[in-house]
Design a protein around this ligand. Structure first.
Ligand code: KG4
Ligand code: ZN
Length: 332
């Protein structure tokens, strides 16, 4: 069973071909980072146009790389939300046109759910239930208890910024560049994570995340330290605080719910400090941890194809009539 995956919810155009939901035949990403860099963030209108330019050439490349003909595709999975409406529409409309032309099913995919499936795809398998899932990206910060392909109990969400947003905004203020996560990780290499005492957000406050306060705390240190600022120490301390915040809530989740599997996904799961902290926690408690390869952490269509394969039978509606959704909660 060959699934074509299409992803265009933000600033990455991606096309993938995945066999049986577990085997990546090809997965290509056309990134717009260089274009949005100069604005310090994604400009939706620009993103839509770039998706439109990239999507068909990328489809041809992905088919070639997988040595597959268009007619060999069995179903088409496309991200239909949540995300930026214009960008989403480019991918979803392309998917609808292909589904109609090839007379093959279209599976609308929830982008956040797909991120979690990416963790399992890395291990070459479909998700095993129940598991505790942590999605950390530029737009999301969700801790969930997953009991089925589209069954999620949300345990914690952020009150304000997502962790990727914190990194992107902070990096901009620090003049480090965009996207923030990778540049902060690089700047923090070799730095002392205890150099600056940053708060661990929402520690002891139950199932809730909040990351906007950390940005302010970082800026206060910058002002106070002036020329004495230890940038490596600051970036290391910031990543340490973020990792501790996630570790505390993940630990709570394993106490409150029955599971011995932890799946982490989303752009920020590429973060080395977070990966190490979570692996340490999992090792200590005999929990199996699934971390996506770096390519599968950030937005990609392989996760969309895999999640489409997993959820294809759950859609009873005429999917050709499905609309792009800016907001779409997991499991809804
Ligand atoms: O999942 P993703 O590609 O897009 C969204 O759905 O949001 O995540 C993008 C986010 C950006 O905010 C970026 O700064 C962050 O992931 N990111 C990282 C790293 N690589 C990407 N954050 C921390 N450390 C990284 N190595
Ligand atoms: Zn994403």
């Amino acid at each position: 069973m060959i699934t074509l995956g299409i992803e265009s919810s933000c600033d990455d155009t991606s096309i993938a071909l995945v066999k049986d939901g577990t085997q990546i035949l090809s997965s290509l990403v056309s990134s717009q980072i260089e274009i949005h860099k100069r604005f310090g963030g994604v400009v939706p209108e620009v993103a839509s146009r770039k998706h439109l330019e990239a999507i068909l050439p990328l489809l041809n490349e992905a088919l070639e790389a997988a040595k597959i003909k268009l007619e060999d595709i069995d179903q088409i999975a496309a991200t239909s939300g949540p995300g930026l409406l214009g960008p989403l529409l480019v991918g979803l409309t392309t998917a609808k046109a292909l589904a109609w032309y090839l007379n093959k099913p279209l599976v609308p995919v929830n982008h956040i759910e797909a991120h979690l499936t990416a963790a399992f795809l890395t291990a070459g398998q479909l998700p095993e239930y129940p598991f505790i899932g942590l999605i950390v990206s530029g737009g999301h910060s969700n801790l969930v208890y997953a009991t089925g392909p589209r069954n999620f109990e949300t345990l914690a969400q952020t009150l304000d910024d997502a962790p990727g947003e914190l990194y992107d905004k902070t990096a901009r203020h620090l003049g480090l560049g965009y996207p923030g996560g990778p540049v902060i990780q690089k700047a923090g290499e070799g730095g002392d994570p205890h150099k600056y005492q940053l708060p661990v957000p929402m520690k002891g406050k139950g199932y809730v995340f909040s990351f906007s306060g950390l940005k302010t705390a970082v800026m206060r240190i910058v002002e106070k330290e002036g020329d004495k600022l230890d940038m490596a120490g600051l970036c290391a301390s910031l990543q340490y605080s973020v990792a501790e915040a996630f570790a505390e809530k993940v630990c709570m989740a394993f106490k409150d719910r029955k599971s011995n599997i932890l799946a982490i996904a989303g752009g920020v799961s590429a973060n080395k400090v977070l990966r190490e902290r979570m692996s340490e926690f999992a090792d200590k408690h005999g929990i199996r941890i699934l971390l996506p390869t770096l390519h599968l952490c950030t937005d990609n269509a392989a996760m969309v194809a895999a999640h489409g394969y997993l959820t294809a039978d759950l859609h009873k509606e005429n999917t050709l009539e499905v609309n792009a959704l800016a907001n779409w909660a997991m499991g809804e």
